[in-house]
Design a protein around this ligand. Structure first.
Ligand code: GDP
Ligand code: MG
Length: 175
């Protein structure tokens, strides 16, 4: 099927190298981890189908489109019909956080995403990077966003490589 014809209700965006592919792969392979996977930067977009069982006990599939950081100028092509936005920021790379903040604000201000739910994933929250958490949140002005916006992002701390944060992401996606 042409990927553009498929209904993709979730978009996963954020700077290059922030851990999007690792996170989505882990989410997809949560039951059987794929050890053959070695991350290479995503050029263009990838689609991940996530299987889950809904409240009625029915099997469902949720499609997520990852849009690479280099594709930032093309994000606009993928925003129609988006219900949820996963925005991934690399906490281990504070140099990238202010650029990420600009991207995030652009999406939050996008009329087509007015009714969409956002989750802000603080990625790579390994022990070594935990201390950067508060600086990252300050740079992203998360507190201000929460007080000023009706669609302020939910916050999730994740370490995609270790698979931490997957439960939180799954529940955001399913509910
Ligand atoms: N330290 C650390 N590195 C990670 C983590 N998750 C992903 N990475 C690494 O970050 C790099 C970029 O990851 P990738 O998923 O390709 O990022 P993307 O460009 O946003 O899709 C890879 O080398 C990953 O192995 C993590 O939780 N901790
Ligand atoms: Mg990628």
């Amino acid at each position: 099927m042409d990927e553009l014809e498929k209904n993709i209700p979730v978009i996963c965006v954020g700077p290059t190298g922030s851990g999007k592919t690792t996170l989505l792969k882990k989410l997809q392979d949560a039951e059987g981890i794929d050890y053959t996977y070695s991350p290479v930067p995503t050029i263009g977009t990838n689609i991940y189908d996530i299987n889950y069982v809904n409240k009625q006990g029915k099997k469902q599939v949720l499609s997520i489109r990852e849009v690479g950081g280099e594709m930032v100028t093309l994000w606009s092509n993928y925003l129609d019909g988006i219900e949820k936005v996963i925005f991934v920021v690399d906490t281990s790379n504070l140099c990238q956080v202010s650029a990420a903040a600009v991207m995030l604000y652009t999406l939050l201000a996008e009329p087509r995403l007015r009714r969409s739910k956002f989750i802000l994933v603080l990625s790579k929250m390994d022990a070594a990077y935990r201390q950067m958490r508060n600086e990252a949140l300050l740079m992203l002005q998360h507190t201000r966003l929460c007080s000023e916006l009706h669609n302020a992002p939910t916050l999730l701390e994740a370490a995609p490589l270790a698979g931490t944060g997957l439960d939180g992401l799954r529940s955001f996606l399913i509910h």
